[in-house]
Design a protein around this ligand. Structure first.
Ligand code: SAM
Length: 249
């Protein structure tokens, strides 16, 4: 398969994906919030086939690992040629999805969403030749401490998280600012109708109409959840909240 231009022009936020499987895209990025925004021209997606940069008659993109070991490694020369052909604008972030990369955070997503949009490289096999990471200044990004078969699902997760922050994509401004991680906390529990579900009522305070009490309850719930589930986030939040030279448990 050759490259696919799915929507948009050069001026809008754009994700360019280098992959051996361009047919996977847009996949889930083509439906719901991200898909409607793609169709509306709020962002653009280009999935390019790394194999188009192969030069031998078999169009090979990988080879055995130097030093031995299982599997195959994406070749530096092929990937470098694919990057050079895809990206004429050096100010765009160049990311490579990798389990050994820096873990992706909401704050990095917000940075990426506020820029021109990244070039995202999807690894396969055992990964990619180290020399192309260094030669093309690639930033290794992980979506978690587990190993996927390829970078495409990781790239989709990253792009989806960026797209929902683009202006005009989410309906209400609040839906972005109150979410998990935005204020350093996990989100408070949500409820909706019916008022009673299998004998469990909605917490009374949420039906009180008292916005200040609702906000205080939500904040307390968010703090309790974060403290219990994510001590790492809680520590950072507590340190930021605490007056200087004082710690908060
Ligand atoms: N041999 C590699 C290692 O042990 O680190 C794993 C390679 S994995 C089978 C193939 C590709 O999937 C990687 O090159 C990367 O692009 C992608 N991938 C796998 N897990 C990932 C993760 N947690 N975050 C981001 N990308 C991941």
């Amino acid at each position: 398969m050759t490259q696919k231009i799915l929507s948009g022009d050069q001026s809008m936020w754009r994700a360019t994906v280098l992959t051996l499987f361009p047919g996977i895209f847009p996949g889930p990025l083509g439906i719901s919030l991200a898909g409607r925004a793609l169709a509306a021209g709020i962002w653009a997606l280009e999935a390019r086939d790394i194999r188009n940069a192969a030069t031998d008659k078999h169009r090979s993109v990988d080879d055995t690992p130097a030093g031995g070991g299982p599997g195959m490694v994406l070749r530096a020369d092929v990937l470098a040629a694919a990057i050079d052909a895809a990206d004429a604008t050096p100010d765009r972030p160049r990311l490579v999805m990798s389990p050994r990369g820096r873990p992706l955070t909401q704050s990095r997503i917000a940075e990426l969403a506020s820029g021109p949009g990244p070039l995202v490289i999807c690894g396969r096999f055992e990964g990619i030749d180290q020399r192309v990471i260094e030669a093309r200044g690639l930033e290794e990004v992980s979506i978690g401490d587990y190993v996927l078969s390829g970078g495409e699902i990781a790239a989709m997760a990253l792009i989806d998280a960026c797209v929902r922050l683009l202006p005009g994509v989410m309906g209400k401004l609040e839906s972005g600012t109150e979410e998990s991680f935005s204020a350093g906390l996990l989100e408070y529990p949500q409820y909706t109708r019916p008022q009673s579900f299998e004998g469990q009522p909605i917490p009374e305070i949420l039906l009180s109409g008292d916005h200040a009490r609702v906000a205080a309850w939500r904040r307390a719930e968010a703090e309790a959840l974060t403290r219990n589930r994510r001590p790492d986030l809680w520590q950072t939040y507590a340190n930021q909240k605490a007056p200087k030279n004082q710690t908060d448990g």
